[in-house]
Ligand binder design. Structure first.
Ligand code: 8X3
Length: 256
């Protein structure tokens, strides 16, 4: 077995990706952190390096451009990677398909579908070599369509189906594949979806206790730490107050 193993995390600068970096650092994993915002990755590296003795490499790159993914993997050549957290993805906009901005559709497809697929494809030889684990981040949106979610929901259904396909294609290699499907998680997700409109974004998580990125990261650590012979294939994780993509029980809280 290789001396030094790395966990590769895409979309590592915020939300679930960032929480995974912290959770996996606590597990003693060396990290390869990828995101567009390199300054944020450097901050995470600085923070983690002050607490843990790990090898952490950061890569500031825009995965929506396939050539960037190809050159990222050129740089990773020679490293032993046993975990991929294929997390980069986002929603942009929320409206009827009739009115949706075509550019928003394309940006989601570029990252949630194309980059997700290319990262998985180029990571597989590394993960096969170490008999490692691929964690794909889908969503409750990939299981249930909702109003205004057309392309976002479809991209996440794609991730779900790709996860199953990877399981089938990689059966017999010792590689594990887990699809993590979170519900309402209070991250930058809604701020990005609503293009910086904080009031609208905050309202998504109002009057109930949402998931936090750490809840999802801890669940991922649980899946990774099962015995090598056990593959948790799909984990749907929602707040207790959420019973479906659009079924959230909100309590009106009385202020003191
Ligand atoms: C994020 C969950 O329900 O806001 O993928 O689409 S949802």
């Amino acid at each position: 077995m290789a001396e030094k193993l790395y966990t590769l995390i895409t979309g590592a600068s915020s939300g679930i990706g960032r929480a995974c970096a912290f959770a996996l650092a606590r597990e003693g994993k060396n990290l390869l952190l990828v995101a567009r915002r390199k300054d944020r990755l450097e901050e995470i590296k600085k923070d983690l390096s002050s607490k843990f003795s790990l090898d952490i490499k950061v890569f500031g790159t825009d995965l929506s451009i396939v050539e960037n993914i190809n050159s990222l993997f050129e740089k990773l050549k020679g490293l032993d990677i046993d975990i991929l957290i294929n997390n980069a993805g986002f929603a942009l906009g929320k409206s009827s398909i009739e009115d949706y901005d075509w550019n928003d559709f394309n940006q989601m497809i570029d990252v949630n579908v194309r980059a997700f697929t290319r990262v998985a494809q180029l990571a597989i030889p590394f993960i096969k070599k170490t008999k490692g684990h691929i964690i794909n981040i889908s969503s409750i949106a990939g299981l249930e369509a909702y109003e205004g979610g057309s392309v976002y929901c479809s991209t996440k259904a794609y991730v779900k189906m790709m996860s199953k396909s990877m399981r089938i294609d990689l059966a017999g290699t010792g590689v594990r594949v887990t699809d993590i499907a979170p519900g309402a998680a209070d991250t930058e997700f809604s701020l990005v979806r609503f293009k910086g409109d904080k009031e609208v974004a905050d309202a998504v998580y109002k009057n109930f206790v949402p998931l936090y990125a750490e809840d999802i990261a801890e669940t991922i650590v649980f899946a990774l730490n099962r015995p090598q012979s056990v593959n948790l294939e799909q984990i749907v994780i929602m707040p207790t107050a959420q019973a479906g993509a659009t079924r959230i029980h909100r309590e009106l809280r009385m202020e003191n």
